[in-house]
Design a protein around this ligand. Structure first.
Ligand code: IFM
Length: 442
């Protein structure tokens, strides 16, 4: 059977990671602009100030997509570019940028898929408590409504939030912006980002763009026990899954936190401010589920993950990550079996980094990336053949970009970005993906 004829083969990026122009045309700062300037927060001390300069080069980048043959592009909107203070004043130049981008995509028959929040909260809102303040849901609603009104109909696919867990990491673990480090902050931020999602969906329904759909994007890194005979490892995996992706999917698809997570939060003094009516709002119907899937995780009570994987015969890429493409099939199945979803799944991100990135005679032989992407695509095709409604595959990423706390040192692109000249150089994987799409969209 294979991929349906209207399947979306795309590439994905996000605003903070590619746009640059961080202080141009009236844009306000985001938490990542500020966080990245704190010494040693970013591995190579780079910042998103220039990134891939996509703000100026977007037409070339759309041309690149056209040459790749993708029929969809997933990008995100920088909240502080369109509302420099997060609420109130609108920055027309910022809005115009996204209008021009969407127009360019539509002109080139590339379906726009826009995410409203991909980790870059306006810094002005962080100064008002950020995701620790329940009002963030209202602030987000105001911004979401503006975007639906301005761009709604020309963007068929909208996501409220990308990977809410990044916000937990930013408030509980300190590794991401804004760099706070308390478990109870992380849990509060989680609850408030879910409320923001809810408010975004509500805004979408009230604006009601005619030909568009709304969803949310969650990353599933399912934890398996490193040794399934070992009860402590089984428990470690279960605990990991409860605290990560299930802490979003349970509220969205079951309208509750699990009894296990509630007990943990109670014991650990990290219970968020849950008010009556919250879960009804958070679990309001959405039109699609966006699945980001990169890998599985092997959980061990002793935290000896890598060794244990080797013992169990794990198959590794040169960058040291396990090659386990079945992760995507497992996640698709799990969404049906555990959450009983009746809406389509869009694979909104999948990709890998640092695969022999050396340029030799103008070429980059990133063979492992091809193996990785092909592996995932095969498992997605199998899921489709079995009847699962999967509608897209977006490769992360169109080009090497600012990889958050790893800075520019983790290269995820299928094209190489020369951060000095902004040249994009096709890697072998880009040629491979182009040919794959051509073959599968015939
Ligand atoms: O670069 C990130 C992206 O912003 C969110 N998903 C995972 C990618 C790779 O780490």
């Amino acid at each position: 059977m294979g991929f349906p004829k209207d399947f979306l083969f795309g590439v994905a990026t996000s605003a903070a990671q590619i746009e640059g122009a961080a202080q141009e045309d009236g844009r306000g700062l985001s938490i990542w602009d500020v966080f990245s300037r704190i010494p040693n927060k970013i591995a190579d001390n780079t910042t998103p100030e220039i990134a891939c300069d996509h703000y100026h080069l977007f037409k070339d980048d759309v041309k690149l997509m056209r040459e790749l043959g993708v029929n969809s592009y997933r990008f995100s909107i920088s909240w502080s570019r369109v509302m420099p203070e997060g609420t109130g004043q609108i920055n027309q130049k910022g809005l115009d940028f996204y209008k021009r981008l969407v127009e360019e995509l539509n002109k080139n028959d590339i379906v726009p898929n826009a995410t409203l929040y991909h980790w870059d909260l306006p810094y002005e809102l962080e100064c008002r408590g950020g995701f620790l303040n329940r009002d963030v849901a209202e602030w987000f609603g105001e911004y979401a409504e503006l975007m639906f009104r301005e761009l709604g109909d020309s963007v068929p696919l909208w996501a409220t939030i990308n990977e809410p867990i990044a916000t937990y990491v930013g408030y509980a673990k300190g590794g991401f912006a804004p760099g706070r480090k308390l478990e109870r902050f992380g849990r509060a931020a989680n609850h408030n980002i879910l409320l923001s999602h809810a408010r975004g969906v509500e805004a979408f329904r009230s604006v009601n763009p005619k030909n568009s759909k709304i969803g949310i994007v969650v990353d599933i890194w399912h934890q398996h026990p490193a040794n399934s005979e070992n009860a402590a490892d089984v428990q470690a995996a279960e605990d990991g899954n409860e605290r990560t992706y299930r802490s979003y999917l349970d509220p969205i698809f079951k309208g509750q936190y699990s009894p296990y997570l509630l007990e943990c939060m109670e014991k650990e003094g990290s219970m968020p401010d849950i008010r009556s009516g919250d879960f009804e709002k958070i679990s309001a119907p959405i039109d699609f589920f966006g699945l980001n899937c990169y890998n599985r995780v092997l959980a061990s009570a002793e935290d000896t993950k890598i060794e244990t994987i080797e013992q169990t015969g794990g198959n590794f890429l040169d960058n040291g990550t396990e090659f386990y493409p079945k992760a995507v099939y497992d996640a698709i199945k799990m969404m049906h079996e555990r959450y009983n979803i009746k809406i389509p799944i869009y694979i909104t991100e999948n990709g890998t980094y640092n695969c022999n990135e050396e340029i030799v005679d103008g070429k980059i032989h990133d063979t492992d990336r091809i193996k990785y992407v092909e592996g995932f695509l095969n498992w997605i095709e199998k899921a489709i053949d079995e009847g699962y409604d999967v509608r897209s595959y977006y490769l992360w990423s169109l080009m090497d970009n600012f990889e958050w706390s790893a800075g520019n040192s983790f290269r995820f692109g299928i094209t190489h970005t020369d951060f000095n000249t902004q040249e994009r150089i096709w890697k072998d994987s880009a040629f491979w993906y182009r040919d794959f799409i051509k073959k599968n969209l015939l």
